[in-house]
Design a protein around this ligand. Structure first.
Ligand code: INI
Length: 160
């Protein structure tokens, strides 16, 4: 073990307050599986179903605004953004991905609240399906784990 004055390390323990899943309807078939994976993860780790809200937005580009508006209510301890941007079906893939990713990052930094990017960015629908509960795990589940860990480590750091 490395010797430090203090070490903060997040757990997956349930946190106080509510969590919002913001999901994009574009490629909804895939995104619904991500939502189910995220909810499953939160419930398995002790978050009450009544504390998990869900908001649908049109596409991945709209995720940051919904995340920011939800945090400004003061109700949410963490926000999980879920979506699927698939290169095969869009010519402006790079623009959508870069706006979405920088918007989520900025929202997280501006608000001091964990805003987790659980958005698949793939070349094909097959690759997206593989990461949404088939061959290659479920990115929604992974995003919810990251939300639990970040809320926990931020709470520890703030407490000192
Ligand atoms: N939005 C997605 O979430 N996934 C996509 O694959 C996608 N494609 O293919 O274009 C997509 N576009 C819509 C975009 O997110 C916005 O909703 C739209 O540009 C309106 O602002």
């Amino acid at each position: 073990m490395i010797d430090m004055a203090k070490t903060f390390s997040g757990s997956y323990a349930p946190f106080a307050g509510q969590v919002l899943i913001v999901a994009s309807r574009f490629n909804q078939l895939v995104v619904e599986s991500l939502v189910a994976g995220a909810r499953d993860c939160l419930i398995r780790h002790g978050i009450e179903g009544d504390d998990i809200d869900l908001a649908w937005v049109p596409g991945a580009a709209e995720l940051p605004l919904a995340a920011k508006a939800s945090i400004s209510t003061g109700r949410y301890s963490a926000v999980i953004c879920l979506g699927a941007v698939i290169r095969g079906s869009t010519s402006h893939y790079d623009v959508v991905v870069s706006n979405m990713a920088s918007g989520i990052l900025t929202t997280s930094l501006d608000t001091g609240t964990p805003v987790i990017m659980g958005v698949l960015t793939t070349d094909t629908i097959e690759q997206a399906l593989e990461r949404a509960g088939t061959k290659a795990g479920n990115k929604g589940f992974d995003a919810a784990l990251a939300a639990l860990e970040m809320r926990s480590v931020l709470d520890q750091i703030v407490k000192g």
